[in-house]
Design a protein around this ligand. Structure first.
Ligand code: G4P
Length: 292
């Protein structure tokens, strides 16, 4: 999994990405970071707070349709206790997107009041979307853009080509997201990103990854997982994860000549079903570190 950093984020790429974000940040008043509701820690960016300095931030827990609802509520409370506004969204169905503009207005209220006190009538607030690859940035922007067709004209003087969507009265969103990098030097982060499919499978050992996912699922024992693979009666606390992978492959009839089990196919199938929430709505990371 250490190869991930070499493939996705070579230094030149990262410098360019950082420069792009820094340039865009100059144009906005607030930042909305999209993270994956199933892995809020691993899908967030370690340097964002420093990059945005004092700009207000909203967190969007995306893909909430695939995350455990109780866990998502706990995350929202967790962020709220830290003074950060977070909302749950699902960019596939559009659920929760109506909470976006009010959330941005909330975090900007102090600044808006200050500008009004200075005599400014209806000050416009600008926001940009940031997040690591595959977290749903384009999906979010496309959904919001469809709901709010009006595009704002290019502004004279400031970086030509930037497009803004008016998403509420006096609230505009930059049409291109800022791409962030994950904490790729952490093995657990790499694994969690791989569980959800945020990292390409070609660069990973798929069977090892499936075994790590089974290590997690064995502990959590989600009902959807047990039902789907008919694991009632299997001692999940004592079975070895590779044996469990073999068992799952066997139950699905994934055999190769000689009666051996095709564990590679079983691994691909398991990850595929986890990623598409066929095993249920499962959150991997909890605010207190463990999912119960
Ligand atoms: P990015 O710009 O941050 O790189 O991410 P993008 O919007 O391209 O989304 C990455 C994948 O995640 C897409 O799936 C997208 O449909 C899916 N996605 C985004 N938001 C949500 C969500 O809230 N819920 C669910 N279930 N999926 C979401 P894909 O497989 O790459 O494409 P496709 O399946 O849409 O064809």
């Amino acid at each position: 999994m250490s190869q991930m950093q070499n493939i996705q984020w070579f230094p030149g790429h990262m410098t360019k990405t950082k420069r792009h974000i820094q340039a865009s940040l100059k144009l906005v008043d607030a930042v909305a970071e999209i993270i994956d509701a199933r892995i809020p820690i691993s899908s967030s960016n370690p340097d964002l707070a420093r990059l945005i300095e004092h700009k207000p931030r909203v967190i969007l827990l995306n893909k909430s349709d695939m995350a455990n609802q109780t866990a998502t509520k706990m995350w929202i409370d967790y962020f709220e206790n830290k003074g950060i506004t977070a909302i749950a969204v699902d960019c596939k169905s559009g659920r929760g997107l109506n909470k976006f503009a009010p959330a941005v207005s909330k975090v900007m209220s102090e600044r808006i009041n200050r500008l009004k006190a200075k005599g400014m009538v209806n000050p416009t607030i600008r926001v940009m979307i940031v997040g690591i690859p595959n977290v749903g940035k384009s999906s979010f922007i496309n959904k919001i853009a469809k709901q709010n067709r009006a595009k704002v004209e290019d502004r004279p003087g400031v970086t030509r080509g930037n497009q803004w969507y008016t998403i509420a009265s006096n609230l505009e969103m930059l049409d291109t997201p800022g791409v962030l990098w994950p904490k790729f030097d952490d093995k657990i982060v790499g694994e969690h990103l791989a569980f959800t499919g945020a990292v390409k499978d070609q660069i990973l050992d798929i069977e090892l990854l499936a075994v790590r996912l089974l290590d997690f699922l064995k502990g959590l024992k989600p009902a959807g997982f047990i039902e789907r693979f008919k694991l009632d009666g299997v001692e999940l606390d004592s079975i070895d994860s590779y044996e469990l992978l073999q068992l799952i492959g066997k139950k699905r009839g994934m055999l190769i000549s000689g009666g051996e089990i095709n564990t590679e196919r079983a691994a691909i199938m398991l990850l595929d079903e986890f990623r598409s929430a066929k095993l249920g709505r499962i959150t991997v990371e909890m605010p207190n570190g463990v999912m119960k």
